[in-house]
Design a protein around this ligand. Structure first.
Ligand code: XMP
Length: 515
């Protein structure tokens, strides 16, 4: 990054939405850094190009002992500031205002009435819907500030010192539930901070490659490749950064889709110019999964087996010091609960859980990106569409799509159904229109009739969803005739299945995968 590149500093108070703020800024083509509130002055202000500071929300209350505070350098910083939720309350206290503990949480949508002539709210209507998620509230304005917006329940829902360019908002402008939130953030960037917005995705690639190069100092890098978007982009970035010091390894865990192993090996060789090294772990994975029903236990077993295989491979190879993984931001927030409000939902296998004995340092260049951003990055790096446009596929593979205990037979049935569904989606042009689609084998036998005989066979569920980033999703309204064709083909062509159902659940409250 050039020294003069403009950037925004996001001070992180552990909020669930901090990365969303960063994402909105990237969408507005403004570079940002997220730093913890404890970081020292030398690491932050004083750098060229700092255009403004955003204080994020967070799970804490300013009233709890040792609540995170404003960074030490803040009192000598006089540039633009936007405090969001917890960040607003800190800003209020800093300026001599008063915060009161709420008796109960205000959570959900609220109607916000905006005061006129506030640059942060430029070009917005007088009233708009916003998303609230807080307990404490600001009850007295800090010196020189005035009320910028109110709701029926909250007199000081936003405050402003327009001269000093300091703002606080109690609502969350970064979430999709605040429909005009993007305009609020853009106003902060352009009307308040005076950013130019010339940061592009080429910059992201350059920055990521430079960061990998900086991190990988001694030794080679092992990169586990699955053939999916994330690990392919990771492998390409690491390849660009360190060339032959990258060893890209593909593990066949016996939980792959039909024809996957061959497809991945060939595609990588032909389209990426990277020769994958193959580890066949089928027997190991399937043996360990025998009789295991609990999804989290399956994930744990699979995660451990991956680590063991990588460890053994690295030991044999020698000189491997790093493990590159395609961990994305949604994997991080859904897997980690740092005592905050974002409870652990599923322990996605590539987050945390790596034992100290691995002795490989992690390289995770995509850790702060969302799926669609990774796809854009991949396109820029010249990765072919047939790799980038693939639907996401979970690390634990078909093990979390065979509900209950996994066996070679059940995997075989699921593979054929899944392949048939995906082929039909491709042929009808629907593969590209949905975010993810797959089949699930249920541990349920149902009664049917085949010829003149009673049958008692398996049920297969089809799932297709639309989503932007996998964090929320809705079921896809696939055309009746397509669903009918898939169902008829499965029932006629796959022995052992006599019923097909279509999943019409959204996330939340369901998740995309069944396990
Ligand atoms: P859920 O089921 O949590 O899925 O709504 C969100 C996205 O994450 C994928 N997923 C996983 N990916 N390891 C992964 O690498 C996992 O354990 C895992 N579980 C779910 C899922 O396919 C969807 O795209």
């Amino acid at each position: 990054m050039a020294a003069e590149t403009e950037w925004i500093l996001i001070v992180d108070y552990g909020g669930q939405y901090t990365q969303l703020i960063a994402r909105r800024l990237r969408e507005a083509r403004v570079f940002c850094r997220i730093l913890p509130s404890t970081c020292a002055a030398g690491e932050t202000i004083g750098r060229d190009g700092l255009m403004g500071v955003i204080l994020s929300g967070g799970p804490s209350s300013v009233f709890v002992p040792h609540a995170p505070n404003l960074p030490a350098w803040f009192s000598s910083y006089d540039g633009p500031v936007l405090g969001i939720c917890y960040g607003m309350q800190l800003l209020a206290l800093h300026g001599g205002g008063e915060v009161k503990a709420g008796r109960e949480m205000e959570y959900g949508p609220a109607r916000l009435r905006l005061r006129p002539d506030i640059p942060l709210f430029e070009s917005l209507p007088g009233e708009m819907t916003v998303w609230m998620s807080h307990g404490d509230r600001v009850v007295r304005l800090p010196d020189r500030f005035r009320v910028a917006a109110s709701t029926d329940d909250l007199e000081i829902a936003a405050f402003a010192d327009t001269l000093a360019k300091r703002y606080g908002v109690q609502f969350h402008p970064e979430v999709a539930h605040t429909p005009k939130g993007e305009t609020v953030l853009r106003n902060f960037l352009f009307a308040v901070c005076g950013c130019a917005g010339d940061w592009t995705s080429e910059h992201v690639a350059e920055m990521k490659i430079a960061a990998v190069r900086e991190k990988v100092v001694a030794g080679d890098v092992l990169c586990g490749v699955s053939g999916g978007v994330d690990s392919s982009v990771t492998a390409r970035l690491v390849h660009e950064a360190v060339g032959k010091r990258l060893h890209a390894v593909f593990v066949d865990n016996g939980l792959l889709r039909l024809g996957e192993r061959r497809w991945v090996l060939e595609t990588f060789r032909e389209a990426m110019g990277i020769d994958l090294e193959l580890i066949d772990g089928t027997d190991l994975f399937l043996r360990r999964l025998e009789g295991i029903v609990d999804p989290e236990e399956k994930r744990r077993i699979i995660g451990c087996a991956f680590v063991e295989l990588f460890q053994e491979w690295a030991r044999e190879k020698g000189n491997i010091s790093y493990l590159a993984q395609g961990t994305l931001y949604p994997d991080v927030i859904e897997s980690v609960s740092a005592g905050g409000p974002s409870a652990t939902i599923k322990t996605h296998h590539n987050v945390g859980g790596l034992p100290d004995t691995l002795r490989l340092e992690l390289v995770e260049p995509l850790r702060d990106l969302f799926k669609d951003e990774v796809r854009a990055l991949g396109r820029m790096l010249g990765i072919p569409g047939r790799l980038l446009d693939r639907h996401p596929f979970p690390g634990p593979g078909l093990a979390v799509r065979v509900i209950g205990a996994v066996s070679r037979e059940s995997l075989e049935i699921l593979r054929v159904c899944d392949d048939l569904f995906i082929r039909e989606l491709r042929d009808s042009g629907w593969y590209r229109k949905v975010w993810q689609a797959f089949a699930v084998l249920l541990p349920v036998d149902s009664v049917g009739v085949r010829g003149d005989r009673r049958s008692y066979e398996k049920v297969v569920a089809l799932r297709a969803v639309s989503s932007v980033d996998g964090m929320t999703a809705d079921w896809s309204r696939l055309p009746d005739d397509l669903l009918s064709r898939v169902s008829t083909r499965i029932l006629n062509e796959v022995p052992g299945v006599n019923r097909v159902v279509y999943d019409i659940s959204s996330k939340p409250p369901s998740t995309i995968e069944w396990e």
